[in-house]
Design a binder for this molecule. Structure first.
Ligand SMILES: NC(=O)c1ccc[n+]([C@@H]2O[C@H](COP(=O)([O-])OP(=O)(O)OC[C@H]3O[C@@H](n4cnc5c(N)ncnc54)[C@H](OP(=O)(O)O)[C@@H]3O)[C@@H](O)[C@H]2O)c1
Length: 328
């Protein structure tokens, strides 16, 4: 098969479409013939040599894919050869075939085509596990999503609206904010022009956000705590603004607030399977009903992954950038 390999870490040109050995599904795994993969921000770090795959994972980049099951490993029940699926991966989505633990496989939801389904596993699993399973966002509460126009952000807005929450977003500029509004965002904050702490307090009569989904880490920690409501929950999923900052525990005490941080890729298989089962139960019906839609910015041939990485690096996209194999 062919896959995007990284012979030497570096810029987008470090991604090389090359012939490599086919993967073989192990115990509890299925082999997926990939039709599409998607670019995640973390892939940019892997390409640069800063985010190596966990032990046992495919060496190729790609944290999600869609395609057809081509073979079933020992001990797998519930899936058949030919099934159209999408899957959460620890690596290997930028390839023509990938072996996936069966617990990370989902059927293609009703009303979504096979290529577009590649946009769903990573964002639905990350948003559902953090905003709902960890931070327990409830109807009527306010969620602040940083980077509302990102892959993650576009899904967070829709899921929070679907459960009856009020949604505030930050994004860089009016065009991206307009896209967030189309997806249902109620409070639009241009982080280049406005102070999000001030804006969230203005929009909530001084109460603040009940839940914040944060991708900036250190750079926003102090301001995020200020933006939280009493009993607020700050869920950190990205460190785009650095990993080390000072945390004022007194401010958390006063608000009886919580800060959590999680990452999906290195979690044990049972935890990933539990998250995927929850996504199938709670999110898939919303996608099937058209209440929640995958947001796809563009679709590129997989061999043109360097160009796709340039797009994501420049943040000139809204939602997801997909990569299709020659079989698509
Ligand atoms: N922990 C996990 O399990 C997990 C899983 C998936 C993703 N993530 C993380 O979630 C984040 C989003 O991932 P993605 O793949 O959806 O990335 P993406 O589509 O590339 O989005 C990155 C976003 O960051 C925004 N941004 C940059 N500076 C900002 C600032 N100062 N304030 C607010 N937003 C800012 C950009 O928005 P503008 O263009 O508007 O600036 C852009 O939309 C990444 O940090 C990623 O590592 C974590």
């Amino acid at each position: 098969m062919h896959a995007i390999t990284i012979p030497e870490p570096g810029g987008p040109e470090a991604l090389v479409w090359a012939e490599v050995p086919d993967p073989v599904p192990g115990e509890g795994e299925v082999l997926v013939e990939v039709v599409a993969g998607a670019v995640n921000r973390a892939d940019l770090l892997q390409r640069q040599g800063f985010y190596n795959p966990p032990p046992g994972a495919s060496p190729y980049p790609g944290l999600e894919c869609s395609g057809r099951i081509a073979a079933i490993g020992p001990g797998v029940a519930g899936w058949s050869v030919g099934d159209e699926v999408c899957a959460l991966l620890a690596g290997g989505g930028y390839a023509e075939k990938v072996a996936v633990p069966a617990g990370q496989v989902l059927p293609v939801p009703e009303g979504v085509d096979l290529v577009t389904a590649a946009a769903l596993p990573e964002v639905t699993a990350t948003v559902w596990s953090n905003v709902f399973m960890v931070a327990h966002l409830r109807p009527g509460e306010t969620l602040l999503v940083h980077g509302g126009a990102s892959g993650i952000g576009t899904m967070a807005i829709q899921l929070a609206k679907a459960v009856g929450a009020r949604v505030a977003v930050t994004a860089g500029g009016p065009e991206k904010l307009a896209r967030c509004a189309e997806l249902g965002a109620d409070i639009l904050i241009d982080y280049r022009e406005q102070d999000f702490v001030e804006e969230i307090h203005k929009a909530t009569d001084g109460a603040g956000a009940d839940v914040i989904l944060d991708i900036m880490g250190a750079k926003y920690l102090e301001r995020n705590v200020k933006a939280l409501a009493v009993n607020g929950r700050l869920a950190v999923i990205g460190l785009q603004g650095g990993r080390k900052a000072e945390l004022d525990l007194g401010a958390l005490l006063d608000k009886r607030a919580a800060v959590t941080a999680t990452s999906l890729r290195k979690r044990p298989l049972e935890e990933k399977a539990a998250i995927i089962a929850a996504v199938r139960e709670h999110v898939w019906p919303l996608v099937g009903a058209g209440t929640v839609r995958p947001v796809v910015d563009r679709i590129c041939p997989m061999a043109e992954a360097p160009e796709a990485h340039r797009t994501v690096e420049a943040s000139s996209h809204v939602g997801k950038v997909l990569l299709v194999t020659p079989s698509a």
